[in-house]
Each structure stands twice: as C-alpha cells, then as structure tokens.
Write a protein that binds this ligand. Structure first.
Ligand code: NDP
Length: 459
C-alpha cells in the first residue's frame, strides 16, 4: 500500500477523502473479504478527527499498517470421524497486532469461517483489547469445521489435529487463543492437552477459558455475558435509567447469551426470548435459565427442545427474534444478525438500549436507525470486552500461580466495564460526538494502539 499522507492542518473533507482512499486500497488488496471491509470501514470512518489532531499518525502510516495483519497462518487440518472416514478442514490464525502485548483473541469453529470473517474478528479485537487497558494485542483464528452432531471423540481428534499445526505459533508471550463460537470449555481442554503434550510444558498462560482444575479462572465463563449487561447498565445509568423492571431479548443461546440472561435476571429484568440458528423461543414468563442450560450446555440440543418442555413458551422456526417487543436488546449470536428492518421493529416496539454481546451483530444500516431514534447503542468492541479482559485476568493468575475468588474477579470485571464505558463516553464527547459510543470506542481504541506503534518504530 503506498497511499501518501501529506501531514497536518488538512481540511477535514480532504482528510476524510484520503482516509477513503486508504479504505479503497484495503478493499482492493483483500477482495471478497466483505466482513473485514465492513469492520475496517466502521473504524476508518471515525478517524478523520484523530488524524487531524495527531498528524504523526499519518506520517507513520498507522492506518495503513494497522489494516495489514502482522502475520496470517492458514493450514490443513486432517482428521478421521468415528467411522474412520477422512475429513479435511482449513484452519487459520490471523495475528493482527502485537503493539500492546501478545496476540490475543478466540478461535471459532463454524462451517461459515473464512479468512474475511477471521480478519474482521481479529481487526475488531485489536481495538477491543486496547479499550480494556490490559497488555494484550489482537488476533483471531478458527476453522471451517462444523462441530454440530459430532461425538466427543471426533471433537477431540479435530482439536488435536488443529493444535498439532497451530502450537508452533503460540506461547504465553507470543499468541494466546481462547474460545468463540463452537469453541467452549471442552474444546479448550483438548487444545491445551495437545499443546502440553507436544511441547512438554505446562504453560497455562498459552490459552484462556481453561477449566477451574487446570489453570482456569473463576468468572471467565460468565464474563462476556455479564460484562455486556454491566455495559448496558452503565449506558442506562448515564441517562438516569436502569435495568430493573425492563423486558429484554437476548439473541443466541450459547456462552455469551446464557450469562447475559443470568445477569439481566439478577439485575431485575425479564428476558422473554432467545434464539439459535433455527429460530427463537418466546417465553412470556421469562426464560428459565436452568432449563436453557440443560438443553444447550448439557444436551447440546436445539432451542426448540426448550419450548417443548416449558408451558406457555413457543418456538418460532426461521423467524427473527427481534420481532418480539422489548425495552432492552442484547444481540449475542453472530455477525450481521440484526438488520435494518429488525432495528425499525425494535424502535417501534419501544426499545431504548442495545448492547452488543456478539461481534458486529448489528448491520451499519441498523446502527443508523438506532442513532436516529436516540436508542443507546453499545458496540461489541466495547460492550463484549469483558470476556477478553477476564482472559487477561486469567493470564495474570497463571503468571503468578494464584487464583482469585469469584467475588474479587467479578468486582474487577465490573470495574473494567465501567472504565471502558467512561473512556468511550468521554472520547465521544471530546471528539464532538456526545453519546456516540461507536465513535468513542473506535477512536479511544485506535489512539492507544497508534501511540504504541509510533513509540515502537517501524516494525
Ligand atoms: P456459542 O457457540 O456458545 O453460541 C453461539 C450462539 O449463536 C448459538 O446459539 C448459535 O446457534 C448462534 N449462532 C451462531 N451462528 C449463527 C448464525 N449464523 N445464525 C444464527 N445464529 C447463530 O458462541 P459464543 O456465545 O461464545 O459467541 C457468540 C458471539 O459472541 C460471537 O459473535 C462471538 O464472536 C462473540 N463473543 C464471544 C466471546 C466469548 O467469550 N465467548 C467474547 C466476545 C465476543 P446454533 O447453535 O444454532 O449455531
């Protein structure tokens, strides 16, 4: 990429035009990676005023450098199913930025995984991790493997094969993966076990989301969902409102969704609907968390099973969960799951706040609908940062061979989420966009990484 940036005092329109040129080059250099283009556009759209204030970022070509991953690894993952048939998947790890610390970000196992999706997630992760204030860089990985319907043995063989290639790129000071869609405690166990076997090192800090008996930290499992609800609470408090007595919807029914529902209930809201990729359940009496966990975490079954076992709950196949009226929405399934028409329906039904538990679940057009309607909106890179922040706390405990209590760790998580909200809120205000937490998060995260990149020289 060779776009030149003649420094300072540029007229804003001119500046925006030059950032647009950089974005166009990023798109041209990474064809067909549509999710990455979307994530890059969202961040770059916010950077005009930052470059005007810090012309040195332009001199050092920080935007161009930050859009190019430091390293991308793509590899073959061969494995056999229970009948002995051979399968081949594609594994990848994008090590995006190590300006602030070792690459840090989850692994996703889902048939939709491709380089564009892993790069969008890795790119977001750079700024999210910066917002936590912890010493962690950004990365992400995964495979186009579909864990649905696979036995424990098949999952284990897949994880072992995946790690047999990836291990050489990892290390507690190098690159530290964690879970994401399709990768939970079971998969982290098999991945860590294989890493340990190959390297002959009990290097606990090489992966996070571990079980409590073998290096894991209390609250990590709950952290993303809890953190998103803490962030939602902060947004509401800023407006003199609260969570208690509100009706809420949480999309998805995986790790993030389950613990967002738990915390919403604990703070006095009633969650009346959640979903999976086959449809949603509406339970006007409030989601029964124990039953949901039994169906999704223990039986690994479909959400329709929940409705079959619960009086007055109904399953709606193939429809959007956002058609159910609510005051609060916490999209916690996957990217681009909340569209413009969903946002219009939510606004019409009186929704006042949205906090993204998932990464980029709200489309740009839907974000505009919320902004126009004055709905409080917490973008994922701020609202779901509690997961990775607690992963950093897990690394801290691994390094000191210590383990903290649930209460202590949850108090740290709550404090981190308050700080992230405050940082985004103040940054938005400083850059002339009060209340715009998308701008606040992108600018605050970018500035922290950019300052470090300038200090570290051209690397
Ligand atoms: P899980 O695998 O535990 O759960 C994912 C949930 O989302 C499932 O209910 C799944 O339904 C649903 N889902 C997945 N893909 C789709 C799709 N294409 N369409 C509709 N529904 C879908 O993942 P997590 O809960 O860990 O992750 C959820 C989101 O949160 C992701 O965006 C992830 O990147 C983000 N996130 C996760 C963090 C973590 O700590 N785990 C940290 C920060 C962000 P089904 O079972 O039918 O596939």
């Amino acid at each position: 990429m060779s776009t030149t940036f003649s420094p300072p005092a540029a007229h804003h329109a001119d500046l925006d035009e030059r950032i647009e040129l950089i974005l166009n080059e990023v798109i041209a250099r990474n064809p067909a990676e549509v999710e990455f283009h979307q994530a890059a556009r969202e961040v770059l759209d916010c950077l005009g005023p930052v470059i005007a204030k810090h012309p040195e970022f332009a001199d050092h070509k920080i935007i161009q450098r930050i859009c190019e991953p430091e390293r991308q690894i793509i590899f073959r993952v061969p494995w056999t199913d229970d009948r002995g048939e051979v399968h081949i998947n594609r594994g990848m790890r994008v090590e995006f930025s190590s300006a602030l610390g070792p690459y840090k970000g989850g692994l996703r196992f889902h048939p939709s995984v491709n380089l564009g999706i892993v790069k969008f997630l890795g790119f977001e992760q750079i700024f999210k991790n910066a917002l936590t204030g912890m010493p962690i860089g950004g990365g992400k990985g995964g495979a186009d493997f579909d864990p649905k319907g696979r036995s424990d043995g098949e999952i284990m063989r897949f994880c072992q094969s995946f790690m047999t290639e990836l291990y050489r790129h990892l290390g507690e000071y190098t690159d530290v993966p964690a879970g994401d869609i399709g990768v939970g405690g079971r998969e982290i166990g098999y991945l860590f076990g294989q890493y340990k076997r190959i390297t002959n090192r009990y290097e606990s800090g090489v992966i996070t989301g571990k079980g409590l008996d073998w290096g894991g930290a209390l609250v990590r499992t709950e952290a993303t969902g809890y953190g998103a609800v803490y962030f939602l609470n902060e947004m509401l408090r800023r407006r003199g409102e609260g969570i208690e007595g509100r009706t809420a919807i949480v999309s998805g029914s995986g790790n993030v969704a389950i613990y967002a529902i738990e915390k919403l209930h604990a703070l006095g809201a009633k969650v009346v609907a959640c979903s999976d990729s086959s449809g949603y359940v509406h339970d006007p009496a409030g989601i029964d968390l124990e039953l949901l966990q039994q169906v999704k975490e223990i039986e690994r079954a479909r959400i329709s099973q929940y409705a079959e076992r619960r009086r007055d709950a109904r399953f709606v196949a193939g429809a959007s969960v956002w058609e159910v009226p609510c005051d609060l929405a916490v999209p916690s399934a996957t990217q681009n799951e909340l569209h413009e028409s969903d946002a219009v329906a939510l606004v019409k039904n009186g929704c006042v706040a949205v906090a993204e538990g998932a990464n980029m679940p709200t489309t740009p057009a839907a974000i505009r609908v919320f902004a126009d309607a004055g709905v409080a909106f917490g973008p994922g890179k701020a609202a779901n940062a509690g997961g990775v922040a607690t992963s950093a706390l897990e690394m801290q405990q691994n390094a000191s061979r210590d383990s903290w209590t649930f209460e202590h760790t949850e108090a740290r998580l709550a404090e981190i989420m308050r700080n992230i909200h405050q940082l985004c809120d103040e940054t938005a205000e400083e850059f002339g966009a009060p209340g715009d937490l998308v701008k606040g998060a992108n600018i605050a995260g970018f500035q922290r990484v950019a300052h470090a990149m300038v200090a570290l020289g051209l690397v």
